[in-house]
Design a binder for this molecule. Sequence first.
Ligand SMILES: [Zn+2]
Length: 194
Amino acid sequence: MGLISQQLPLPRDAADGAYPCLVLNADYQPLSYFPLSLWSWQDAIKAVFLERVNVVEHYDKAVHSASMEMTLPSVVALKDFVPQSRAPAFTRFNLFLRDGFACVYCGSDQELTFDHVVPRRLGGKTTWENIVAACSSCNWKKGGRSLRDAHMSLHRKPSQPTIYELQAQGRRFPPGYLHDSWLDFLYWDVELEQ
Ligand SMILES: [Zn+2]
């Protein structure tokens, strides 16, 4: 936290995590959908003071200091465009997102877990091309066998998605859907072991 937010008294109900600010890229698309790009109100105000962002929307809530008052931004847009990285991170969340939060074998969205298509004992790697979302019952049924031995098939061949594909998928899941996962940020953002 910088100087500015230290000088501003905390609104009574603006505890840590309250009044999160959605961060848009300079093209007004969220900087990231998953996890949704959010700043604390302190960081948002700091960026406004540093003139790094334009305020798009604000909360009906202000912070005061002796000399000024400032409403808390709810949406800001970066002034400088941040190019998106070419390859999305290989994370649990992105993998579920690619597979639409559904089992690739039966389509169920219940008790999702991960399956190595080619089992590890047969040399299967932990990669975009070999990990799929699977419900625990399909995972159990497959039981470390190859697709052929398990008499199971994939709806489509898993591959590394582009950022654009993930963002298109992301639009199917409105931000509210993900609210709980903000808290689970660390879990979801842990890179899967390659
Ligand atoms: Zn299944």
